[in-house]
Design a protein around this ligand. Structure first.
Ligand code: VG1
Ligand code: CO
Length: 542
């Protein structure tokens, strides 16, 4: 094997964000950009020699080329084996499962998730550790440090590997094993859920529509929903992955999954609707004429998970990211299980899952998952919902409304202000930060502030600390507003305002969400001086 040593220089800004390194595709395609980052990953984990990795991505533009580069570099760095999905495809949860199942040393996942794909859109790469989860901050910091001092990387000169051929081939001294991207994942889902009950529900006429948004979950949904569960052909729509996701945002929310929303928000729509994102780790759940907020979804799944065979023994605990509503907290209190509040990003759930303290985790950003892998998992959430509905024999709306009656309803919304000038976004965060110590006791827009702080987290398992994870303002009426800057964008800055208000009055559970939250929104706007952004309103409301 001829190893080629290539001289290079550090490239600025290769700092992983909430979920890996995300940049414009053209940036990733610049000479040495991808190579520098990949070599830095190997350096940060003590080298690749003798190790086994999983490699796969969501199929977006540059996925296949980037995989060939990674394979050559893994071979040159002495890796023993790489397991890759056929065609270079793997959903993020399927990659997490393969990392765990094969006892590998980690994996490289190519995706910018819900961000659009294409030569003028976004690309991303992240490293997952041997537990199958996203690298924790200690590791991402080591990777970033390595990118700052890199002077060379190694590769081999070989023809492209055949990514379509299932089985083993050699790249230099390394074995490349190409696997069916769906098979192992499907087997795992069969272990967790009562496929017979879901099959019977669908056979009884319960109509399911799943929107893969031209992204990675198409083949998974076809094989599982239509194949194993008997949903009629065409139940999975937009199910052929394309490099630019059909020109859309593969982001499963009401703003981007318009086609699905239109179909479900009608009296003769399907009984159940769902969508997933670019890399298959997010989910949106809909019923006929009914939208389930992701925070509610987490709470409903926590309350009902025991109805699925994989969770029949009950769950040990639930974890949610800080901006996610507190709906799950009250379920945890009712069940007498632990409840954790973590910073945004799935990497913070890893230790809790490994330690068996949390079984189910979720984020307000359409992410839910469990200890079956170490990533959030879109299709898993869909199947757990279907399993619960099959068992409870009710509609999506009935299930959620019953839930509200029992626990109250956390009215919840997220307002995103995208592609802001960085200094304007920072100035807003600074303005709020400047008031944190004096807000308590003040009345703003008719609401009195109870407490305000900048969220900091200490991992209960390994004691690692993370600060500046979002600005929280709690009001005396139980409402809450949170300000955070996104760590996944590739253009300017994105401000996220998260608003929440608990309602326990049984007569007030059916209000319009934005109307119910209007007083808190007004207070949050006043405190932050949001009008100085000169935006007429949020770009996306979820
Ligand atoms: C967003 C979400 C966060 C999620 C992250 C990765 O991050 O808010 O909850 O974990 O995306 O999701 P941010 O920093 O932009 O708010 V995925 O599906 O894009 O990997
Ligand atoms: Co994603």
């Amino acid at each position: 094997m001829d190893i080629k040593v290539v001289a290079t220089n550090p490239i600025d800004g290769q700092k992983p964000g909430t979920s890996g390194l995300r940049k414009k595709t053209r940036v990733f395609m610049e000479p040495h950009y991808l190579e520098n980052f990949v070599q830095s990953v190997f350096e940060a984990i003590g080298g690749a020699a003798g190790k086994t990795f999983v490699v796969g991505g969501d199929g977006r533009y540059f996925n296949a080329e980037a995989i060939q580069t990674i394979l050559r570099m893994a071979a040159a760095n002495g890796a023993e084996r790489v397991i890759a999905g056929r065609g270079g495809l793997l959903s993020t949860p399927a990659a997490s499962h393969l990392i765990r199942k094969n006892g590998t040393d980690g994996g490289l996942i190519l995706s910018a998730s819900h961000n659009p794909g294409g030569i003028d859109e976004d690309f991303g790469l992240k490293f997952n550790i041997p537990n199958g989860g996203p690298a924790p901050e200690g590791v991402t910091e080591a990777i970033f440090e390595a990118t700052k001092t890199i002077s060379q990387y190694v590769t081999v000169e070989t023809p492209d590997a055949d990514l379509e051929r299932i089985g083993n081939q050699k790249i230099g001294g390394m074995i490349l094993t190409i696997v069916d991207p769906v098979a192992d994942y499907k087997a795992l889902m069969k272990e967790l859920f009562d496929f017979e009950a879901i099959r019977a529900l669908i056979a009884s006429g319960f109509r399911v529509r799943f929107d893969a948004m031209h992204a990675i979950t198409g083949p998974y949904a076809k094989a599982i929903l239509e194949g194993a569960l008997g949903a009629p052909e065409g139940s999975a729509i937009n199910a052929v992955p394309s490099v630019d996701f059909g020109g859309g945002h593969p982001d499963p929310n009401p703003a981007w999954a318009k086609e699905l929303m239109a179909e479900l928000m009608s009296d003769d729509g399907p009984d159940f609707g769902a969508a997933s994102d670019g890399d298959g780790d997010r989910n949106m759940i809909l019923g006929r004429n009914f939208y389930v907020s992701p925070s509610d979804s987490l709470a409903v799944l926590t309350a009902n998970a025991h109805l699925a065979p994989g969770y029949a023994k009950g769950i040990a605990g639930v974890a949610r990211s800080m901006p996610t509503s507190a709906a799950a907290d009250r379920v945890a209190a009712d069940l007498g299980i632990e409840c954790f509040e973590t910073p945004t990003g799935w990497k913070f759930f890893g230790n809790l899952l490994d330690a068996g303290r949390a079984t189910i985790c979720g984020e307000e950003s359409f992410g839910t998952g469990s200890n079956h892998v170490r990533e959030k998992d879109g299709l898993w959430a869909v199947l757990l919902w279907l399993n619960i509905l099959a068992s409870r024999k009710c509609s999506v709306a009935e299930l959620v409304q019953d839930h509200w009656k029992k626990y109250g309803r956390n009215y919840y919304s997220r307002h995103d202000f995208e592609a802001l000038p960085k200094d304007a976004a920072t100035a807003l965060m600074d303005r709020v930060t400047g008031q944190l110590s004096s807000l308590a006791g003040q009345t703003v827009a008719g609401l009195t502030v109870e407490a305000a702080d900048s969220f900091a987290y200490e991992d209960p398992i390994d004691g690692s600390k993370s600060s500046n994870q979002g600005l929280r303002i709690r009001f005396t009426n139980g409402a809450r507003a949170v300000f955070r800057l996104s760590g996944t964008g590739t253009e300017g800055a994105t401000l996220r305002l998260y608003i929440e208000q608990l309602e326990t009055d049984p007569g007030k559970l059916d209000q319009d969400v934005q109307t119910a939250l209007a007083p808190v929104i007004a207070a949050a706007h006043e405190i932050s001086g949001i009008s100085q952004l000169n935006r007429s309103g949020p770009d996306v409301i979820t």
